[in-house]
Structures are given as C-alpha cells and as structure tokens.
Ligand binder design. Sequence first.
Ligand code: GLN
Length: 374
Amino acid sequence: MHGIRVVALGIALAACGQQQPKAPQQEARPASAPSSSAPAPTSSQAGAPQQQAAPAPPAAGDTCASVQDAYARFKGVTEGKNADYIPALAKVDSSLYGIALVTADGRVCEVGDVQHVFSIQSIAKVFTAATVMQALGADAIEKKIGVNATGQPFNSIIAIETNEKHRAGNPFVNPGAIASVSLVPGGDAPTKWNSILGTMSKAAGRKLAVDAEIYKSESETNTRNRAIALLLKNYKVLEGDPMQTLDLYTRECSVAVTARDLAMMGATLANGGVNPLTHERVVDAAVATKTLALMQTNGLYESSGEWAFAVGVPAKSGVGGGILAVAPGRYAIGTFAPPLDAAGNSVRGQKAIELSVSCVGGNVFDTASASAAK
Ligand code: GLN
C-alpha cells in the first residue's frame, strides 16, 4: 500500500491503566442497534439475529482503565494515511478513533468513536471463511483455498502466479476471500448473501447492512479485484460467474459496522462461536478455533508474523480502518482509526491493541498470563 510500516512497536510500558490525561469515560450501552452520528447504512437484506440481546454489563475496572489508557496514549498519533484506492475511504475523517473491548461473557468497555459506522472491509473475510467451514468443514478451506501466509500484499497477483498448489493463497487475502465467497453454499447470489450477512449479523448481535456509498465507490473502481477474479477463473479456482462472485465479495467488504460491533463479533469467536449477549450459536467451537488460527497466521497480511511476535493475539485488519483482535476464551477488541500503514493496517489500532493486550493479558504465547483473571 503506502506510507510507513508499524508493527513490533516495542512500547515502553508505564503502569497499565494510569495514563494521564484520562480518556473520556463512556457508559456501557445495550448491545442492540448502536446509534450513530454517521450516515445510516442504506440497504439491509437479511441476517437478523434470531434472539434478543440482554443489556451489556461493563467490564472490570482494571480492564477498562487499560483500554482507556491505550486510547489516550495514542489519540494524538497522526502517522499513516487513509486508504485512497477506494475513493469513498479517502473521505473518511482521519481523526476518528475508537476502541471497544467485549469479554467472552459479554461485558463491555468502550472509549472514543465507538458509535461511528465504517466499512468492515477485509474483516468480513473472517466471517465468510467461518461460514464456509461451518457448511463444508475446515478441510474445504485448507484444500481448496490454502491456509499458509502468502507473504505478499492482500491484492497481490504475483502470489497467484507463483503459488501453483494454492492459487488463492488463504481466505484473508483478496484472491482467497473471493474464492471463499464462491464456496459459500447456495444456488444463487441472494441465498449466498443471506448466509454471508447472516453470519456477520449473528456474530454482531444485530442486523448489519451494506453502506451503499462505499459499495458503489468500490464497485466502480475495483479493476484490480476484477483482474484477480478473472485470473482465478482461468485457474479454475472459481465456479460460476466470477463477476457475480466478486460483487458479493465487494458487498461483504462494504458492510457497515462500529468498533463495538467488531468487538462483539470477536467476542463470539472468543466464546467458542456463541454470541455472549444473544447466546445464539453462530458457528461450532471447532470452526471458531480454525478461524482464530487463520487470523493468527494471516490476519495482518505480510505483517502477520511481526504482529504475532509483538502482540500475540489473532487479529484481522480492514482498509476501512478497523482491526478485530481476539484473546481466545477471554475477550475481543475492536478498534477504528482510518490511517493505515504500508501493509494496510490501522496505525493507531495496532498500537492500542498491543498496549491493551500487554496490560490486560491474553497473548496466546504468554504462559504467565494464561491463568490470569478475565
Ligand atoms: N475491499 C478491499 C479490497 O478488496 C478489502 C481490502 C482490505 O481490507 N485489506 O481491496
């Protein structure tokens, strides 16, 4: 992409949760239908969760203090640049910044612009891969798409050309995500879409919808993704009409979410596939496990190794400025801050998650924190 690289931040920690000045405190809100000052999503086709969510209780004070600390500490960071290859993303206010943490038992902590809706972009890939694994088994992803990191940018064509065994790479780069969409069961596009949006909505605990402006902007400018879809068709990776498959992929990337939605979606994975507030099972626990493994190895594209080394939690970024990070069995963090580093990962989001995880615990490689309280 562009700009600087930000991983392996090596933050020198002061006492966790004691940063001054204190970030503005926000009250926990009910999980259903977050209000938003941003334009409302414009289309809504399917995927209403079946069950009503109970009100979300607040997370423990120490946990929230750490999240507020991370928010305050990086609020002034201006490094990075909005994605601009999708014109509508370039127009998003770069100063927006929000962090939400939801524990695996549904307690919530949030600070900053957590009610602002933005496009989920590549984070949708997580839930489409989960949808495919739920329907067809994890083997389908491993055999038909691949699970290894490509080491290349998310829209790399070289990666397709050089990886003869798995042309699509893995489900979290564009070729693999387009291939995942083609694997979603359903005879026609509306059925597939119901399934894709349904998984995301159930994980979020509310009915999500496409942001029409982002969808239009990306549909008009996605020439590189069209090339990728056609190349995959050439290699017989995609069944059916590649442009119809690409359209569903573009739709899923345009779904509007908040940082809190991301955290709730991640908490569903942290909780073994069950939404902690609606108690609805979205995917099997075994599928949640495989999904988290994919996030650990491929979630931040070519920075995934550095991310695992520095932070140690499965995560997935999107060029809309969101990052979803999951501490399995414990909690998930959703961040929103549009300026991205060279790999396409939110700069402030990475920093805020790294500091939060180091304070709250949850690094999956940290044997000392494995027994710590939630
Ligand atoms: N919709 C974006 C694209 O296809 C998603 C990329 C991303 O978030 N990394 O390029």
